[in-house]
Write a protein that binds this ligand. Structure first.
Ligand code: SF4
Length: 379
């Protein structure tokens, strides 16, 4: 399975210090050794490797995500250089879809003009309205970030720049009300929203995910949101997690790494050029995302033999016995790979979110089945 999505860590630092951030506040602290900004040498090597990979596997399209830290700290001129370098190396036979994933606090008209020129989409991370967002998405001095994000989103959703908005990304907080969060985000009229579970695992549990498996707080939160979204009188926005679960329930394949058994096609390039697996693995233990490879010496094909990459490309074969015996394992896929980690036994476990995933998937399954039965009765 070739890699199709390349996450480029163009800047390894951030102007925010979100309390749940896997880069700065969880097990792996390797950001401290990383150069602040990707060098032009690493940019050139990365662009060459992407071009070679696309040519070798005859890819008609690749996705390049400029990420961080906060990528805008690298400066608009540098991001322009990265985008143009990748496009020029890859050439006309492969479309390069560019996205910048930002915390939204540094958006300016000049930068968004550049995004228009480059055809680069903008994804923004925001956790709801000010009271919910500012509980965890904080600045280094502890102050809230919402006022700056709001200003950025107001600019991005103005008539000139609205087509650039890729979507909003929100991390679930059990202390927030899901409907309030959703409706606050919906006010920006994004084409899509992603709701992410906070990273954690069996050794370092996510907040509120207790050992008592009869409680399903994350399913309760997401289930209420699903009902609000699904029963809206008109389609308001896409919520990718729910759409992917529905597609999987109807026999399709997932396009998300966080759910289902589709092979992972994501690689990360750090500011020093090291090639890493999906960076959420940093939440498991120090070095969990490492591959030992670098764009300065290796092709992306060299990552195919890495055990961690293999495990995320072989579908059900990578699941443990508990998941294989589970009636929803084809939809759930054992949950997101980093959430399966347990010190001592690695990743061949069910997700630490297992009770929530089972509950949410079966809730959506019942709802879809009910509606399909209704359509059948009426035809
Ligand atoms: S619901 Fe639990 S047991 Fe079933 S596939 Fe998901 S993680 Fe595995």
């Amino acid at each position: 399975m070739p890699f199709r999505q390349f996450v480029l860590k163009v800047n390894s630092r951030c102007n925010l210090s979100c309390t749940y951030c896997y880069v700065y506040h969880l097990a792996d602290q390797s950001w401290r050794q990383q150069p602040v900004t990707m060098s032009r040498q690493v940019v050139a090597a990365t662009a060459t490797r992407i071009a070679a990979h696309a040519a070798r596997h005859q890819l008609t399209q690749v996705e390049v995500i400029l990420h961080g830290g906060e990528p805008l700290l690298a400066g608009a001129a540098f991001l322009d250089h990265v985008a143009r370098k990748v496009r020029s190396e890859v050439g006309p036979d492969t479309a390069v879809e560019l996205t910048v994933q930002t915390n939204g606090t540094l958006l300016t008209p000049d930068f968004l003009d550049l995004c228009v020129d480059l055809g680069m989409k903008v994804g923004v991370s925001v956790d709801g309205g000010s009271s919910d967002n500012d509980r965890r998405r904080v600045r280094h001095d502890g102050g809230g970030s919402h006022a700056r994000i709001e200003a950025g989103l107001a600019l991005l959703t103005s008539e000139r720049f609205r087509p650039l908005l890729a979507g909003l990304l929100c991390v679930v907080d059990l202390d927030s009300d899901p409907i309030t969060v959703y409706e606050n985000l919906l006010a920006w009229r994004p084409p899509t929203m992603d709701f992410l579970l906070p990273h954690g695992n069996w050794t370092s549990r996510p907040p509120g995910r207790e050992e008592n498996e009869t409680s399903t707080p994350y399913s309760d939160w997401l289930g209420a949101l699903f009902e609000r979204w699904y029963t809206a009188p008109e389609h308001e926005t896409d919520i990718r997690l729910f759409l992917e679960i529905i597609v999987l329930l109807l026999g399709g394949e997932s396009r998300l790494e966080t759910i289902g058994l589709s092979p992972s096609s994501v690689l990360v390039v750090e500011t020093d050029g090291t090639i890493e697996q999906v960076d959420a693995l940093k939440s498991a233990y120090a070095g969990a995302a490492a591959t030992g490879l670098t764009v300065l010496r290796n092709e992306f094909d060299d990552a195919f033999g890495h055990p961690g990459i293999l495990a995320r490309q072989i579908g059900a074969e990578a699941l443990g016995a508990e998941c294989l015996g589970c009636p929803v394992h084809r939809v759930c896929g054992g949950g997101y790979y980093p959430h399966r980690y347990r010190a001592g036994s690695g990743f061949q476990n069910r997700s630490v979110y297992c009770p929530d995933l089972f509950s949410l998937i079966t809730q959506i399954q019942r709802r879809i089945q009910h509606d399909i039965n209704g359509v059948r009765r009426s035809t």
